[in-house]
Design a protein around this ligand. Structure first.
Ligand SMILES: Nc1ncnc2c1ncn2[C@@H]1O[C@H](COP(=O)(O)OP(=O)(O)OP(=O)(O)O)[C@@H](O)[C@H]1O
Ligand SMILES: [Mg+2]
Length: 170
C-alpha cells in the first residue's frame, strides 16, 4: 500500500492520534489534515527546508489531495504525510527534563529565526513535541510560517523568544 492508500485507510477507520487533525498511518508515519492547499504546501515547504538545514522537525514525506465523502457531498482536503514523533508537550515535563526541553525549544527557534523565517504560533513552548526516549525536542506546525516583510518583523519574534525564556526560568 502506498502512503495515499494508507492515509485513506486511516481516515476511514478514524485512526486519530490524540488530535482531530492527525491520523496514525502506522510504521512511524502520520497524516495531518491541513486547513487548505496553501497551508499544506507551506507546511511541507518549511518542514522540508528546515530539516535540510538541521532544525529538529519531523521528516516530511508527501502532500496528498484527498476527496472525503461527507453525507451526500464531497470535500477536498489537503494532507501532509510526515514522520511520527513520539512525544508530548513541554508543559507536562518537570524539573531537569523540563529545563532541557525549554533550552532546546529556544535553540531550535533561534535557528529558524537565523534562517530568516517567522515561526508563527510558536509561543510559550507551544507547537513542539518532546521525545523523552531520545531527550529531543521537535518543532511542529508550520502552516502559517513565513518570510518576514522586514527586519523589524523578525526582531519581534527574537524578542518573543527571549520573553518566553524569561518566563520559563522564573
Ligand atoms: N509529526 C507528529 N507526530 C506525532 N504527533 C503529532 C505530529 N504532528 C502533530 N502531532 C500532534 O497533533 C497535534 C496537532 O498538530 P498541529 O499543531 O500540527 O496541528 P493543528 O491543526 O495546527 O492543531 P492546533 O490548531 O491544535 O495547533 C500536536 O499538538 C501533536 O500532539
Ligand atoms: Mg498546532
Amino acid at each position: 500500500m502506498d502512503l495515499k492508500e494508507r492515509l485513506e485507510d486511516a481516515v476511514l477507520a478514524r485512526r486519530n492520534l490524540n488530535h482531530y487533525s492527525i491520523y496514525d498511518l502506522g510504521a512511524g508515519v502520520v497524516g495531518k489534515r491541513c486547513h487548505d492547499e496553501d497551508k499544506a504546501r507551506n507546511e511541507y515547504h518549511y518542514g522540508t527546508f528546515l530539516k535540510e538545514q538541521g532544525v529538529a522537525v519531523p521528516k516530511m514525506h508527501e502532500i496528498v489531495q484527498y476527496t472525503e465523502r461527507i453525507l451526500k457531498g464531497e470535500v477536498i482536503t489537503w494532507f501532509i504525510i510526515m514522520e511520527r514523533i513520539e512525544g508530548g508537550n513541554i508543559s507536562s515535563l518537570r524539573n531537569a527534563q523540563r529545563r532541557e526541553a525549554e533550552r532546546q525549544y529556544r535553540r531550535e527557534l533561534e535557528k529558524v529565526l537565523d534562517l530568516g523565517i517567522c515561526p508563527v504560533d510558536s509561543d510559550y513552548g507551544g507547537n513542539s513535541l518532546f521525545c523523552e526516549e531520545s531527550d529531543k525536542l521537535y518543532l511542529i506546525d508550520f502552516e502559517c510560517w513565513h518570510n518576514p516583510k522586514n527586519r523589524e518583523e523578525l526582531n519581534q519574534f527574537y524578542r518573543r523568544i527571549r520573553r518566553d525564556f524569561l518566563i520559563f526560568k522564573s
